[in-house]
Design a protein around this ligand. Sequence first.
Ligand code: SF4
Length: 75
Amino acid sequence: MKVTVHQPLCVASGNCGHVAPRVFRNRDANGGFVELLEADPPEGDQDAVREAEYLCPSGTIQVDGHSMPPRSSTP
Ligand code: SF4
């Protein structure tokens, strides 16, 4: 698995560091912009990385070259 983040898209929700703390860190306790800690996470962290990718509202997280599209704020 190859993980990248496109920092300019990050809206500092903090979701990624909450669900995958060994791979992502947010810069303060209540969220904050993402810092990628591990670009090649071990298998034991990969489900959490996929969850973080899914929960990221801005499409900042890419896994194996793909990212989820940013979500609309309206239903
Ligand atoms: S989940 Fe996405 S928007 Fe939220 S802090 Fe992580 S990278 Fe940034």
